[in-house]
Design a protein around this ligand. Structure first.
Ligand code: GSH
Length: 118
């Protein structure tokens, strides 16, 4: 029999931890150290000279799997990068690329005070 594909429900402690991170960190970047899509996302922000994001590298945490489940429950996204600006869920590297292309990413970063206004 194959393993169930539905992730386990996130524990309350990790749900609270994820909510607190989203609420308290103006610029939150949930990542995994080996993830190429995260490298892309980090480079986009670095090229825009943003203030450094608060990085959460899930694969370095003892409770990384549970925390990933918590972000899934909150955002419906199970992948990294999972990015938030000023509490707003931005999404993954596809969303970063789309918002970069449209100019909205820079606008959001400026509004949040994460890059200087023009
Ligand atoms: N482009 C993908 C996200 C990028 C992606 O697939 N990221 C990988 C790591 S580079 C991932 O999160 N894999 C699942 C995991 O590590 O649990 C999406 O649309 O969600």
């Amino acid at each position: 029999m194959s393993a169930p594909s539905t992730p386990v429900k996130a524990p309350e402690a990790e749900l609270q931890q994820a909510r607190d991170l989203i609420k308290n960190e103006k610029f939150l970047f949930v990542s995994k150290t080996w993830c190429p899509d995260c490298v892309y996302g980090k480079k986009v922000f670095s090229d825009l000279n943003t203030s450094p994001p608060h990085l959460v590298e899930l694969d370095l945490l003892d409770n990384g799997k549970e925390l990933q489940s918590a972000f899934l429950e909150i955002t419906k996204q199970n992948t990294v990068p999972n990015v938030f600006i000023d509490g707003e869920h931005i999404g993954t590297e596809d969303d970063i690329a789309r918002l970069l292309e449209s100019g909205e990413l820079k606008q959001k970063l400026e509004t949040a005070g994460l890059i200087p206004q023009n």
